[in-house]
Design a protein around this ligand. Structure first.
Ligand code: GAL
Length: 409
C-alpha cells in the first residue's frame, strides 16, 4: 500500500515538471506589470556610441517612428544610452542631463515623446561610473530611481561597469567581487519604490548565469557580451541564446542585444536572419541605426508584420534548436540551422542557412509537439508564401532565414 502511494505520488510529480516550473518561474518574476512581451524600440549606442546621446536624436527618432510607420507596428521605446549626463552630479547629488546635449532638460524630452504616444528610456550603471566614464548609481540607487521617475522615464538599462572588483576597479572587471545579482536587486527595488512603472533592462553581459535570476529583478537581461556589426557576432549570440530559451516568459526575456540592422555590416540575408532569430528567441528588438538614413531593404525587415507578431505573441516562449531526423546535432557555441518554439495558437519553425547557401529540409514530425502523420498548413513570414504538407524543403542563400508559422489549434 505504502509502495503504491509512493509510486503514484512520484508519478504525479513526474507528470508535473513543466507546469510546475512555469508556475515557479512566474512567481519570481519582477512585479512591475511591464514587459509582458519583449520591448520594441530604438537605442542610440550601436550607431555611433556617445554621438547620438542627445535630445535631437531622441526626438528625431520619435518623429521617424511615427512617419515611417514603426510606431503603428508597436515600436515604442526611444532610448538614450551612455553619455547623456554631465561628468559630475549636482550639489545635491543628482544626475544632471548635459545641457549641451539636452538643452531643455529631460522632462521636456519625455513630455514630447509621451505626446507622440511613445516612451523614453535612459541608461545607467551599477558601479561608480558608466562604461564611458559618467557618474553611475552605486550607493545612489534610491535617489537616481526617484529622479528617473520625476523625469517621466519609462525604461532603464542598467550596465555593469566599475562595479567592485577583486583586483582594483577596471572598466569591465575581469575579477568581479561577489555576484552581480546583488546590484541588480538593489536597483530593481529602487525602481519599484520610485513611484513610476519603469521597465528594467539588465545589462551584466550574461555574467553570473543572469538568465537564472534576471526575471526576479528585471524585464530583460543581456545574455552575452556586446553585439558587433558583423555576422560572426550575430551568429555567436544566437548560438548562446538557444540553450537558455526556457528562461524567457511574459515579464522577463533573454536580451540578445540591440540590433545592427541598417549599419552596413550585414548583408540583406544576414539582416533577415538577425531579425528572424531575435524575434523567435523573444528578444527585445531595440533598433540601433539612424532611421533617417535607413535603406528600404532594412526598413522592410524591421517592419515585417508577421515577424513582429511572432515576437510579440503573448505566450512569450522562446524558440530553441530541434534536430531533424538524420541531421547532425547542434554543437556548442555554433549557430545551428533548425529552431522551433511554441506560439499561442501553434508553433514557429525557423531555418537559417548558418553555414552558407543550402537546401534545408525537415519533416513536421521532427518538431517536438507536432504529429508526423498530420498535414499542416503553414505561412512563411519573410516571403508570405503559404503551403500545406508534412515536410518543408527550402533553398536559401548564405545566412538567409525562413520563418514558418503553423496553427495547430
Ligand atoms: C556596454 C553595454 C553596451 C553599451 C555600452 C555603453 O557595457 O553592453 O550596450 O551600453 O556599455 O558604454
Amino acid at each position: 500500500m505504502l509502495l503504491e502511494i509512493l509510486l503514484s505520488l512520484s508519478a504525479a510529480v513526474l507528470a508535473l515538471p513543466s507546469t510546475h516550473l512555469d508556475a515557479h518561474q512566474l512567481e519570481r518574476r519582477v512585479n512591475n506589470g511591464l514587459g509582458k512581451t519583449p520591448a520594441l524600440g530604438w537605442n542610440s549606442w550601436n550607431i555611433g556610441g556617445c554621438a547620438y546621446a542627445s535630445e535631437k536624436a531622441a526626438l528625431d527618432t520619435g518623429k521617424l517612428f511615427v512617419s515611417l510607420g514603426l510606431k503603428d507596428l508597436g515600436y515604442q521605446y526611444v532610448n538614450i544610452d551612455d553619455c547623456w549626463s554631465t561628468k559630475n552630479r549636482d550639489s545635491s547629488g543628482n544626475l544632471v542631463p548635459d545641457p549641451s546635449k539636452f538643452p531643455r532638460g529631460m522632462k521636456a524630452v519625455t513630455d514630447d515623446l509621451h505626446n507622440m504616444g511613445l516612451k523614453f528610456g535612459l541608461y545607467g550603471c551599477a558601479g561608480t561610473q558608466t562604461c564611458a566614464g559618467y557618474p553611475a548609481s552605486q550607493g545612489k540607487e534610491t535617489q537616481d530611481a526617484k529622479k528617473l521617475a520625476d523625469w517621466g522615464v519609462d525604461y532603464w538599462k542598467h550596465d555593469n561597469c566599475y562595479t567592485p572588483c577583486n583586483n582594483g576597479n577596471p572598466q569591465t572587471c575581469g575579477s568581479p567581487k561577489g555576484n552581480s545579482s546583488t546590484y541588480y536587486k538593489t536597483f530593481s527595488n529602487a525602481l519599484l519604490g520610485s513611484g513610476r512603472p519603469i521597465l528594467f533592462s539588465l545589462c551584466n553581459w550574461g555574467r553570473d548565469n543572469v538568465w537564472a535570476w534576471g526575471a526576479g529583478f528585471g524585464n530583460s537581461w543581456r545574455m552575452s557580451t556586446d553585439i558587433q556589426n558583423n555576422w560572426g557576432s550575430v551568429a555567436s549570440i544566437a548560438a548562446q541564446a538557444a540553450p537558455i530559451a526556457q528562461y524567457a516568459g511574459p515579464g522577463g526575456f533573454n536580451d540578445l542585444d540591440m540590433m545592427q540592422i541598417g549599419n552596413n555590416g550585414l548583408s540583406e540575408n544576414e539582416e533577415r536572419a538577425h531579425m528572424g532569430i531575435w524575434a523567435i528567441a523573444k528578444s527585445p528588438i531595440i533598433l540601433g541605426t539612424d532611421l533617417a538614413k535607413i535603406r528600404s531593404s532594412s526598413l522592410n525587415i524591421i517592419k515585417n508584420k508577421a515577424i513582429l507578431a511572432i515576437n510579440q505573441d503573448p505566450l512569450g516562449k522562446a524558440a530553441t534548436y530541434f534536430t531533424p531526423a538524420g541531421k547532425s546535432k547542434p554543437q556548442n557555441g555554433k549557430l545551428y540551422p533548425y529552431w522551433t518554439g511554441p506560439l499561442t495558437d501553434g508553433v514557429v519553425i525557423g531555418v537559417v542557412a548558418a553555414d552558407g547557401a543550402a537546401t534545408l529540409s525537415f519533416n513536421f514530425g521532427d518538431v517536438p509537439g507536432l504529429d508526423a502523420t498530420k498535414t499542416y498548413n503553414w505561412t512563411e513570414a519573410w516571403t508570405g508564401t503559404t503551403g500545406s504538407g508534412k515536410a518543408v524543403s527550402t533553398n536559401l542563400g548564405s545566412h538567409d532565414m525562413r520563418v514558418y508559422r503553423l496553427k495547430t489549434a
